[in-house]
Design a binder for this molecule. Structure first.
Ligand code: ATP
Length: 846
C-alpha cells in the first residue's frame, strides 16, 4: 500500500470515528481557527477608503470649487478662497460618507450570500458560512453545492463533480469513497460526506494562486440612463456657461470675474447629486430588502422588482411549509387516514407499503419527504419486523425527469440476493410494475382522490432480486405494486393574504410544480389562485408549439409535473408576451430558468449554490411572503428615487435662474460660489438620505406594476417639478427686484433672496415626499426624522450666517430686519405650497 493511500485510510478511519462521535467540539474548532485562521482566499480587494476618495475626485463639482477658489486666490481674496476650500473638504466628506454607506450595505450582503457549508459539529448538522470551516470538519455536500474546502470523501455513493474551475475540464468527474473533492468545485450529482483536509490558501485552488473573483458590481438600467443623462446635461451646461461667461466678460469688461461667474453657474446647474442618489438608493434598498430575509445578489433586481408582472413560484417549501407528514395510506384496496387512528397502532394490511417506502428512502435523509417516511416508521412500525436497521444498503437508482421514482437495493445478509424498494410518482410506479389496464385505472383513481384532497401522493413497490449483481436501470426489476402514500404539507399561513396582495398590485402568481396535477389544483384553490382547475402538465407543454404556449400562459396559473428544463420554456413564453417575470428555483437544473427570468429567485434554505449563483435574489427562509415584501420594497425604492428627482430638478431651477438673470440684465450678482457650495451641503444629504428613508405610501401595492420602459422622469413628474421650481424662481426674482427698487443695496437684496431660497428649499423637501397625500400630511414628519433635522439644521445655519458678523461678511449679506425675515419665510413657504394646494383643490373638484 502506498504511503499516500495508507494516510488516506487513516483519515477515513478518523472521519468515520468523528462522524459517529458527532463531529468536532466547539473548543477544538476555536483552537484550530486560532492556529490556522479562516477558510478564505484573497478575493479581489474591497474598495478601500482612498479608492472612494479618488472616486470623489472624478466629480466635476470638486474641480469647479477648486477653479473658483483659485480665481479668488489670484484676485487676492484669500478669505473667500479658504472658505471655498473648507466647503470642498465638507463636500468630499459628505460624498465619502455616502459612498461608504452604500459600500458597507453591499459588503454586508456579499458576506451573507457567500457560499455556506453543512457541517456536523457537537452532534448536530449545522449550516455555517463557508469561511468558518476548519480542518477535520465533517462536511455534507449535496447536489448543486460548491465544495467549501478540500476534503476526503468517506461516503460510498457515486458522485459527479464539476472541476472546471480547477482544471478547465468541463465534463464532470465521477468519484466515490476515498476520493478527494476540492474547494470551489461543484457537486453535480449525488451526495457526499467528507472530512476536510485543507482550508484557505492550503487548498488546491489556493495553491495555484487563483482568487475567487468577486463579481463586478453591475450597473442598473437606471444608473446607466442617468449617467447618460448627466453626461448630456453636462454638454448643455458647458455651452450655457460659456455664453454667460462671454456675455458677462464683454458687457462688464472683466474676464476673470466672467470666468468665475461661468464656473459658479456650472456649479448651480450640474445635477451632480443624481448618480450618488441612485447608488445610495439602490444599495440601501438592497440592504432594506435583506432585512425582509431576501438577499440581493444583483443590484438591478431592486429596480426591476417594482415592475414584476408575473411571479412564478414552486409549490413545495415556497407556498407550503415543507414540513411533510404521512397522513393517508392506500393498500390492499383500503384507505386509512392516520390522523383518525386513536392510538399509534397501524393495521397489518398497511405495514408492507410503509416498510418498502422506508426502504426506498435514505437512512439519514435530507429530503423532508423521506424524513416523513423515517418518522412514520419510528411511530408505527417500531418493534415490528418491518424495520431493517441491520440491512446493508447497496445501491440507489436516482430520480430523473423521465422516471419520477427512486429505487434502493438492500442486502439483508451477505452472499444472498437483494430486497428492493421503490417509491415515486404514482404513474412512474404503475409503469415500473407493468400493471394491466384495470389495475392501472384503479390505482390512478385512488391516487387522484388522494391528490384532490391536497396530498402529495407517492406510489410504493417492492421487488426481490435473487441475482448477485444489480441491473443498470430500475425497469430491470420485477416490481409488485404495494399501494399509495398521501403526504400532507401544510400551506404557509401567510400565503393566501400575500397572494391577494399580489393580485391587488396587478401581479399574477403562477404555480409551477413537479407534483401531481390534482395536488397542484387543490393547493391552488386553497391559496386563492384564479381558475385553479385549469392545469397544464409538463406533457402538455411538450406538445405545444411556441405560439400555442404563449397563448396558453396568458390564462393558465397552474403548471404541474413540470421539469426544470420546461421551466425555461415557460419563462420564455411569458417574456415573449411582454411580461416581467420573477421565477423561483432551487435545483441545479433550475439555473438556466433563473438566469433567463428578469428576476431569478433562489431558495436560500434548501436551494443549491448553483441556483444561488444564477439568481438575482436569494430567499433566506424560502418564504413566499418574503418575495411579496421584497416587491413592495422595490416599489418603495423606485417611488423614493422619483421623489428625490422631483426635488432635485425643482431646486436646481431657481438656483440656476438666480445665477443667470443678474448677468443677462446687468444687475448685481446674487449667488456667489460660497452660496452655491453651501446650498449643495444641504441639497446632497437631503436628496440622498431624507428621501431614502421615506416609508412607502400605503397604496404602493394597490397600483399596477410599473412599465419598465416608462422613463424615470416622465411628464407626470417633470411638470409639477417645473412648476414648483419656476414658482420659486419667480418669487425670488420679485423679492430681488423689489429690494433693488427700494434701494436696499446689493447685500440686503442678496440676504433676502438667499433666505427666501433656503426656506423654499425646506418646503420643497417636505412637499416632494410622495408617501404623504395631503399637504398637511407632507409637513407632518412621521417616521422620517431626517427631514426634521434638515429643516432645523438649515434654519440654524441661516441664523448663523445672518447674525454672526464674520460669517455675514464672508457671505456678503447685510443684517435683515425681523420684518424682512418674516417676509422671506412667508414668500419662501408660499412659493412652493400654493401649487400643492391648487392641485389638492383641483383633485377635490374632480
Ligand atoms: P415543487 O416543484 O413544487 O417543489 P415537487 O417537490 O413535487 O414540487 P420535484 O421535486 O420535481 O417537485 O418532484 C417531482 C415528483 O417526483 C414528486 O411529486 C414525486 O412524485 C417525485 N419525487 C420527488 N422526490 C422524491 C423522492 N425522494 N422519492 C420518491 N419520489 C420523489
Amino acid at each position: 500500500m502506498s504511503y499516500q493511500k495508507k494516510e488516506r485510510m487513516t483519515s477515513i478511519t478518523t472521519a468515520a470515528d468523528l462522524h459517529s462521535s458527532g463531529g468536532l467540539s466547539r473548543s477544538f474548532i476555536l483552537r484550530r481557527r486560532e492556529e490556522e485562521g479562516f477558510n478564505e482566499l484573497p478575493t479581489t480587494k474591497p474598495r478601500r477608503l482612498h479608492h472612494i476618495v479618488m472616486g470623489v475626485f472624478k466629480e466635476p463639482m470638486v474641480y469647479l470649487l477648486l477653479g473658483c477658489g483659485t480665481i479668488y486666490f489670484i484676485v487676492g481674496d484669500h478669505q473667500e478662497a479658504s472658505m471655498l476650500l473648507g466647503f470642498l473638504f465638507l463636500i468630499i466628506g459628505i460624498e465619502v460618507f455616502q459612498e461608504r454607506k452604500a459600500e458597507r450595505a453591499l459588503d454586508a450582503l456579499k458576506d451573507l450570500s457567500s457560499p455556506r457549508a453543512l457541517v456536523l459539529r457537537e452532534g448536530t448538522k449545522q449550516r455555517i458560512p463557508g469561511r468558518e470551516v476548519v480542518r477535520d470538519d465533517i462536511i455534507f455536500v449535496n447536489e448543486g453545492d460548491r465544495v467549501p474546502a478540500d476534503a476526503l470523501v468517506f461516503s460510498k455513493d457515486l458522485i459527479a463533480v464539476d472541476e472546471s474551475l480547477l482544471t478547465g475540464e468541463s465534463v464532470p468527474v465521477e468519484k466515490t469513497s476515498e476520493s478527494m473533492i476540492y474547494a470551489g468545485t461543484t457537486l453535480v450529482r449525488g451526495q457526499a460526506m467528507a472530512i476536510v483536509t485543507a482550508i484557505g490558501l492550503h487548498t488546491e485552488i489556493g495553491q495555484i494562486g487563483k482568487s475567487i473573483q468577486s463579481e463586478n458590481r453591475e450597473r442598473t438600467r437606471l444608473e446607466i440612463h442617468t449617467q447618460q443623462l448627466v453626461g448630456r446635461i453636462a454638454w448643455i451646461v458647458g455651452g450655457i456657461c460659456i455664453i454667460v461667461f462671454l456675455v458677462f466678460s464683454i458687457t462688464r469688461h472683466d474676464w476673470l470675474q466672467g470666468f468665475l461667474v461661468g464656473l459658479t453657474l456650472a456649479m448651480a446647474i450640474l445635477p451632480n447629486e443624481l448618480p450618488a442618489v441612485l447608488t445610495i438608493f439602490l444599495a440601501l434598498g438592497a440592504w432594506r430588502i435583506s432585512q425582509r430575509r431576501v438577499l440581493t445578489r444583483r443590484l438591478p433586481a431592486v429596480e426591476n422588482l417594482g415592475s414584476t408582472t408575473v411571479l412564478c413560484v414552486d409549490k413545495t417549501g415556497t407556498l407550503t411549509l415543507n414540513q411533510m407528514k404521512i397522513q393517508r395510506i392506500f393498500s390492499n384496496n383500503q384507505s386509512l387516514d392516520l390522523s383518525e387512528l386513536s392510538k399509534p397502532y397501524l393495521p397489518e394490511d398497511f405495514h408492507e407499503v410503509l416498510e418498502y417506502g422506508i426502504l426506498a428512502s435514505r437512512q439519514d435523509p435530507f429530503d423532508p419527504m423521506e424524513i416523513a417516511f423515517i418518522n412514520a416508521g419510528v411511530q408505527y412500525l417500531r418493534g415490528t419486523e418491518h424495520l431493517h436497521y441491520d440491512w446493508k444498503f447497496e445501491k440507489e437508482y436516482p430520480l430523473s425527469p423521465k422516471l419520477l421514482a427512486i429505487t434502493h437495493a438492500w442486502k439483508p445478509r451477505p452472499g444472498g440476493g437483494y430486497v428492493v424498494g421503490a417509491k415515486g410518482a404514482p404513474e412512474a410506479i404503475i409503469d415500473l410494475c407493468h400493471l394491466n389496464k384495470d389495475q392501472t385505472l384503479a390505482a390512478t383513481k385512488s391516487a387522484e382522490t388522494m391528490a384532490a384532497a391536497g396530498f402529495r401522493v407517492l406510489g410504493v413497490a417492492k421487488s426481490i432480486f435473487p441475482q448477485t449483481s444489480l441491473p443498470p436501470i430500475q425497469h430491470d426489476f420485477d416490481f409488485t405494486f404495494l399501494g399509495l402514500i398521501g403526504i400532507a404539507d401544510p400551506i404557509r399561513p401567510e400565503v393566501p393574504q400575500a397572494i391577494a396582495e399580489c393580485h391587488s398590485a396587478g401581479i399574477r402568481v403562477v404555480m409551477i410544480t413537479g407534483d401531481h396535477p390534482a395536488t397542484a389544483s387543490s393547493i391552488a384553490q386553497k391559496i386563492g389562485l384564479p381558475s385553479p382547475d385549469k392545469v397544464v402538465t409538463g406533457q402538455d407543454l411538450e406538445s405545444y408549439s411556441a405560439d400555442d404556449l404563449c397563448r396558453v400562459v396568458k390564462s393558465v396559473n397552474v403548471f404541474s409535473r413540470v421539469s426544470p428544463t420546461q421551466k425555461l420554456k415557460l419563462v420564455e413564453a411569458f417574456k415573449a408576451n411582454g411580461e416581467i417575470v420573477s421565477m423561483t428555483g432551487d435545483g441545479v437544473n433550475d439555473a438556466p430558468a433563473l438566469r433567463s427570468a428578469h428576476i431569478g429567485i433562489a431558495m436560500g434554505g434548501r436551494g443549491t449554490d448553483v441556483a444561488r449563483e444564477s439568481a438575482a435574489l436569494v430567499l433566506l427562509d424560502d418564504d413566499f411572503g418574503s418575495i411579496v415584501e421584497a416587491v413592495k420594497m422595490g416599489r418603495r425604492v423606485y417611488a423614493n428615487i422619483k421623489s428625490a428627482l422631483v426635488y432635485l430638478f425643482a431646486v436646481h431651477l431657481p438656483i440656476t435662474g438666480m445665477s443667470i438673470i443678474p448677468v443677462v440684465f446687468k444687475l448685481p450678482l446674487v449667488l456667489l460660489p460660497a452660496h452655491i457650495a453651501l446650498l449643495h451641503l444641504i441639497i446632497e444629504p437631503a436628496s440622498s438620505i431624507a428621501f431614502e428613508i421615506e416609508p412607502g405610501s400605503k397604496d404602493l401595492m394597490n397600483l399596477p406594476p410599473r412599465d419598465p420602459k416608462e422613463p424615470l422622469f416622465d411628464r407626470k413628474l417633470w411638470i409639477p417639478s417645473l412648476i414648483k421650481g419656476a414658482s420659486v424662481l419667480i418669487s425670488l426674482t420679485i423679492v430681488y427686484l423689489i429690494a433693488l427698487w427700494r434701494g436696499q443695496g446689493e447685500e440686503d437684496a442678496r440676504a433676502l433672496v438667499f433666505t427666501t431660497l433656503l426656506i423654499s428649499n425646506i418646503a420643497l423637501i417636505f412637499t416632494s415626499r410622495r408617501s404623504h397625500k395631503t399637504l398637511k400630511e407632507r409637513f407632518f414628519v412621521g417616521d422620517n426624522t431626517v427631514v426634521r433635522w434638515i429643516a432645523i439644521g438649515s434654519i440654524v445655519l441661516l441664523a448663523c450666517i445672518l447674525y454672526i458678523d464674520q460669517l455675514r461678511q464672508l457671505f456678503r449679506f447685510s443684517i435683515l430686519h425681523p420684518l424682512d425675515l418674516v417676509l422671506c419665510f412667508v414668500v419662501g413657504f408660499i412659493s412652493v405650497t400654493w401649487t400643492e394646494m391648487f392641485r389638492g383643490l383641483a383633485k377635490r373638484k374632480a
